[in-house]
Write a protein that binds this ligand. Sequence first.
Ligand code: PPE
Length: 298
Amino acid sequence: MAIEKVEKIWMNGKLVPWDEAKVHILTHALHYGSGVFEGIRAYQTDKGPAVFRLTDHIKRLFRSAKIYSMEIPFSVEDLIEATKSTVRENKVESCYIRPVVFRGYGGMGLNPTSVPVDVAIAIWPWGAYLGEESLEHGVRVKISSFRRNEPNAIPPAAKACGQYLNSILAKLEVTAAGYDEAVLLNSQGYVSDGSGENIFAVRNGTIATPPIASGALEGITRDSIIKIAQDKGYKVRMRYMVRTDLYLADELFFTGTAAEVVPIHSVDDREIGDPGPITRDLQKTFFKAVKGEEPKFI
Ligand code: PPE
């Protein structure tokens, strides 16, 4: 996905011109993946761009950093303000927002405690993550032969830079085979999530999604969808799922900040079909919520 350039990027406390937001080649995170990040979206509204669940995203960034014992040299409030000013100063109507906290320049080797922690917030316009057609018609998914990284190896509870090598392997594998997106099972064989999305299955009117302990990221879109579904009176279960739970679902969909709410048309060539009524219903309310038109879900 090519990046569309905007004017400024926030780096360690100030906005700098896009082309000057650079790091040294000996940046620790470049060698070891020792960073954590967030993905947030701002949506166009009548009152200007609105950042969806900003505080929750920044809090998750701090939780990710805690797992790796990285001390962020700013407060939650500082990064909330910094995000807002980055969106404001770039004068965009909507955008994707990428805060990244990483071990910078000043030390090499695997004990990173003496390496300074850098913080940056970049934004850019990012359209439909899985293609313009995906939101309407759904995507073709394949279960990857690569398993989700384990909690006792590289914890999926963090949104850490290096751990995305796992998702990249899965994505490369299934896109080379002609599919749109990968689903990863954990090492016990239970469904975790997509390469960059949580997954939901609907069967007989009940909505199910894998628990966080299965290796799924504690998705903020997942949480919004659970709240929206419960508010509409649907039964929502967090339960361990095997691959056939996906094959036999009446409806399947992905959720994520970048992906938003994307119906799944088939899994391993087993047809699920056109987006179903519950998927459509949740998708519709979600797109209202992100634009501030459903205040109880903001
Ligand atoms: N699982 C994974 C593995 C994941 O990376 C994401 C977000 C989610 C679930 C959904 O979480 P949430 O965004 O809080 O609803 N993936 C981010 C990065 C995507 C990328 O390609 O980069 C995102 O959607 O921003």
